[in-house]
Design a protein around this ligand. Structure first.
Ligand code: PA5
Length: 409
């Protein structure tokens, strides 16, 4: 069957009335359905919270964590906390006692608010951290003041977290039932905390709405990406490395890994998603990518323009003992861009297929577009593989064993 037919089938299925897979397709239309009134409500609430705290604690894991951090670092940088208020710390995304102890210590002398995010309202990492921080807050502020500082994003179908919210009178933001965790960044999951952290959520949604329109026709870049991945997978390229030359991409790549890993990796099928940040990782993994077992392809994320309001040029040095004067007067960004071109050249000449996704510039609108691009490419890719993009049966196995161990020991 031709790819044009395969894509038509995958597209028709994704937009069909009767869906044969887990029907969690709400993310397809949500950015266009959220009203100005809803956005205004989030923004008004954000203003109150951002004035009230030095630190926002975000408690969540997986789809209730990665997208927020991805968007924040992409738009503001990985050094966000050094330049902005409120600062943000993420808990509930691991079970390290040392990690949570550090965050508690950081919070001792600061005013804090907490956003707990959990669709199921029962995820152990997240709920344990929440219990610890609720106690911390109640000791610091008392019960009544804590109510003004704790708010929850969850599904309102009476899960454990929702029960706590009802009993303690915490503000609740709803997560739509028909949107799964890894597709939920453009719902209250991401919109509420990102707005508190000073990001224009309306522009993110505008970018996603534009992508939604662009990807309704069959001939689009999103479906092309899905086709190329599928062709490469059939040629035994079973690992995709997403790579970029900006540290701000680290968590976007983590979010992307969860999206593709949980959506495609089932029934013994799928491309293993991995990520590298260059040029850092060229000095650790560069050898393997250039010359190792040829089982991967590379998807580069690059920018036409990096809109930064600074200008760091390499200074001229009279002694030139480091032999760098040939670069004197050049921006660091220029050197970075040459490294990017050299890497694409070297890797593709070593027979590693390289896809380049070029983003115009770093802003909210482009981020919204990119998020929707990957979400739809992922769903279409899963359809091409004939797997359910919206379930994750595999993640339950370890949990069953863990709870057995915890309850019996
Ligand atoms: O994509 C998913 O469904 C998961 O990664 C969840 O987001 C993650 O397990 C967290 O679940 P919850 O939001 O229910 O706490």
């Amino acid at each position: 069957m031709s790819y044009s037919q395969k894509i038509k089938d995958a597209h028709d299925l994704l937009h069909s009335k009767d869906y044969c897979y887990t029907d969690k397709r709400g993310w397809l239309d949500f950015p266009a359905q959220i009203t100005d009134h809803d956005i205004k409500n989030i923004q008004n609430f954000s203003e109150i919270i951002s004035k009230k705290c030095d630190i926002l604690i975000i408690t969540g894991i997986g789809g209730s964590y990665l997208g927020i951090r991805a968007a924040l670092e992409f738009l503001k940088s990985c050094h966000y906390n050094y330049f902005n208020k409120p600062e943000v710390f993420f808990v509930g995304n691991n079970m390290s006692e040392g990690y949570i102890n550090n965050i508690l210590r950081i919070c001792e002398s600061k005013d804090i608010c907490i956003n707990i995010i959990s669709k199921s309202g029962s995820t152990i990492e997240c709920m344990m951290a929440f219990r610890i921080f609720r106690k911390f807050m109640e000791e610091k502020y008392g019960k009544s003041e804590s109510r003004e500082r704790i708010f929850c994003t969850t599904s309102t179908n009476n899960n454990n977290l929702h029960e706590i919210c009802l009993s303690e009178n915490y503000k609740v933001f709803d997560i739509p039932e028909n949107i799964g965790g890894r597709y939920s960044i453009l719902t209250n999951v991401g919109l509420v905390p990102l707005s508190i952290l000073g990001i224009d959520i309306k522009k993110i949604l505008q970018g996603a709405i534009k992508a939604r329109q662009d990807f309704m026709n069959l001939d689009n870049i999103c479906y092309k990406y899905a086709i190329i991945r599928n062709i490469l997978c059939n040629k035994n390229k079973k690992i995709e490395i997403i790579a970029g030359f900006e540290p701000r991409l680290k968590y976007l790549f983590e979010w992307w890994k969860q999206l593709f890993g949980e959506s495609e990796g089932k029934n013994k099928k799928g491309i293993f998603p991995s990520s590298l940040i260059y040029s850092t990782d060229l000095h650790s993994m560069g050898q393997f990518v250039q010359d190792g077992t040829p089982i991967f392809f590379e998807t580069m994320l690059s920018f036409k323009k990096i809109n930064q309001n600074f200008n760091i040029k390499l200074p001229y040095d009279n002694k030139n003992l480091d032999n760098l004067n040939y670069l004197a007067g050049k921006n660091i960004e220029y050197v970075n861009s040459q490294a990017f071109q050299a890497t694409v050249y070297a890797h593709s000449h070593a027979n590693t297929p390289v896809i380049n996704i070029e983003i115009d510039e770093i802003d909210e609108c482009n981020l919204g577009y990119l998020i929707y691009f990957f979400e739809k490419a992922c769903a279409i890719s899963a359809h091409l593989l004939k797997v359910d993009p919206f379930n994750q049966p595999g993640v339950e196995s370890y949990k069953t064993k863990m709870f057995e161990l915890l309850k019996n020991n």
